[in-house]
Design a protein around this ligand. Structure first.
Ligand code: F6R
Length: 579
């Protein structure tokens, strides 16, 4: 949520900043802006996406600067509320990701002392506080101001005539890039990859002073060393590579993502904390929550371990079950609610495990142990390949804990995904694209997939879509069924098939257009379907993977047919770093 990027080197900063912000735009795209420091500060900022143009960079001199791409929290998206924000004389510029919770009180206090504000943002209090604290040493001024800020922040600050850029973080991600005679700072590594693979992850409370001479990090009074780490993501992975959208590229990467995740986990030891566990609580948000819900079915059936799944945003209101291992599932590793859940679990002395895609992300530093999925950078706002990678991690864990019950299926999962990628979904797309409202239904492990299919459809096509347990739909939602309300039903072979088939017939009897995903060869099932999509693969694991892929493609092609902005749907942002 919001992306910040800073550059300090020997090249002209403005075009580098704008290019870096393009990579971060998936974190928020309401507005963008840059500030370049030289003898003064030059600011360009604009409502809207970078791709819409409007940044006049000609003549911006200076080799150090900061930039921001915004997901609005305080104040509507407009030019004034766009970052960077300045102090009264326009000598100090700040970009910020996070929320300053006590900004209203600080703003009143600063206004009483004569400061003039130009925006409705919480961020703007920071440059004004810095204006009062700055006496020639920018890092010292930042150190003086941050104890006054309640909430979360990743900050970059530059000042006129000052040779350094200052970075600080508390509960919002911030990573520094160590390049060849150039240093960078960013919310995540995607804009840094263009310059270097060597990064330093800042810790909460760190204040880093970045200049062409290097990086000095302080925590309180003391200088601290943070390790330089090498990122194994490549620049090619953050580019579209010939696909019209990142989402399509990421869906097509899924066979390899699944195999790579399984392969790497196989070479790792099973975390000790999993030995003899009596119960597990999984916490996550959105798509990651759906992956966790699916895991519950498998872990209880195959491992005999009681599993509970909670929305991370609700977890704080529950009492924790004694002794459970608490697993936080988060692609980004930065989702505020999931981090809060892990913190709560730790406070109550529960062992904690993180499942994430991002090396060095905050969750990896909070949890006792981390398992990485190998999805590579996911740029499209809608999660696709990270969901498949989360499933791969869960399948692997269930396999280990059950003494190899899933093993034969894990080696061939990628084939089922590959076959699903080849399906022609145009009749289903045609049926869905005219709908104002839809349902997705399934049973057992296919119920979480119905939830995920509905989430994908609504977030990128803007068609209202609800996921339901097929058995629940008669308990109310039936009233909404009509010839204008298509239902996508997941009906794979397995123990739930007879009940699912009956549900499909009941819905069909109400004139509901049915898109059915099921194994080919069952004539009765095909006849009851308005559109039948044959499900590749044999067995639970491959049916889960293939169904996921088909649902993602259905949402993708429907959104494209409707002319939606697939990679950057309205109002959303990739990484939800506020509660
Ligand atoms: C939906 C989507 C979101 C995320 C959710 C959690 O396509 O991407 O629902 O799944 O914001 O994000 P992570 O997994 O990063 O914690």
């Amino acid at each position: 949520m919001c992306g910040i990027f800073g550059y300090c080197g020997r090249r002209k900063a403005a075009p580098i900043l704008v290019e870096g912000l393009r990579h971060l735009e998936y974190r928020g795209y309401d507005s963008f802006g840059i500030a370049v420091a030289n003898d003064g500060i030059t600011v360009q900022k604009k409502q809207g996406k970078i791709s819409l143009g409007g940044a006049d960079l000609s003549g911006i001199k200076g080799t150090m600067g900061i930039g921001h791409t915004r997901w609005a929290t305080h104040g509507v998206p407009n030019d004034q509320n766009a970052h960077p924000h300045l102090d009264c004389p326009g000598k100090i510029a700040v970009v910020h990701n996070g929320i300053i919770e006590n900004y209203a009180a600080l703003k009143r206090e600063l206004q009483d002392r004569g400061h003039t504000f130009c925006s409705e943002t919480d961020t703007e209090v920071i440059p004004h506080l810095l204006e009062e604290a700055f006496q020639g040493d920018l890092a010292a001024a930042v150190e003086k101001v941050i104890p006054r800020l309640e909430g979360s922040y990743a900050l970059l600050v530059v000042a006129a005539g000052c040779p350094e850029m200052v970075a600080a973080r508390k509960r919002s991600p911030l990573v520094l890039g160590v390049g060849d005679r150039a240093f960078l700072a960013a919310s995540d590594v995607t804009p840094i990859l263009e310059h270097t693979e060597r990064v330093v992850y800042l810790e909460d409370g760190d204040v880093a002073s970045v200049s062409t001479k290097g990086i000095v990090i302080r925590q309180g009074e003391a200088n601290v060393e943070r390790p330089v780490q090498r990122i194994d993501w490549s620049l090619a992975e953050v580019k579209k590579g010939g696909f019209p959208h990142y989402m399509q590229k990421e869906i097509y990467e899924q066979p390899e993502v699944f195999s790579a995740t399984i392969r790497t986990l196989r070479d790792e030891e099973t975390p000790r904390m999993l030995e003899g566990i009596q119960g597990v609580t999984l916490v996550a948000c959105g798509t990651s929550y759906h992956a966790a819900l699916l895991c519950r079915y498998l872990i209880e059936e195959h491992c005999g371990i009681p599993a509970r799944v909670e929305l991370a945003s609700e977890f704080k209101y529950y009492t924790l079950p004694g002794g459970d291992l608490v697993v936080g599932v988060s692609q980004s590793g930065e989702t505020a609610d999931t981090l809060a859940a892990i913190e709560k679990a730790r406070m109550h002395n529960h062992p904690t495990l993180a499942i994430t895609n991002v090396l060095g992300s905050t969750i990896t530093r909070l949890a006792d142990h981390t398992l990485y999925m190998r999805a590579g950078p996911e740029i499209s706002v809608a999660a696709t390949k990270s969901f498949i990678a989360e499933l791969a991690v869960f399948f692997h864990l269930v396999d280990r804990l059950s003494g190899g019950k899933l093993e034969p299926a894990l080696g061939s999962g990628h084939l089922a995904i590959g076959e699903a990628l080849l399906q022609d979904l145009s009749p289903a797309v045609e049926l869905c694209m005219g709908a104002r409202s839809m349902f997705f239904v399934g049973r057992g492990p296919f119920y979480p997939l119905a939830l995920e299919g509905a989430l994908k459809m609504k977030e990128i096509s803007y068609i209202h879509a609800e996921g339901y347990a097929a058995g629940e739909i008669k308990h109310g939602p039936f009233a909404l069924l009509s010839p204008e309300t298509p239902v996508v039903a997941l009906c794979p072979p397995g123990p739930a098939f007879p009940a699912m088939f009956s549900n499909i017939k009941e819905m069909k009897a109400r004139g509901t257009p049915m898109v059915v995903i099921g194994a080919g060869g069952n004539q009765e099932l095909e006849e009851v379907s308005d559109v039948f999509i044959p499900l590749p693969g044999g067995g639970l694991v491959s049916h889960i993977l293939a169904s996921t892929t088909l649902l993602q493609l259905l949402a993708y092609h429907t959104a494209v047919a409707l002319g939606r902005d697939v990679d950057q749907p309205r109002n959303l942002a990739k990484s939800v770093t506020v509660e």
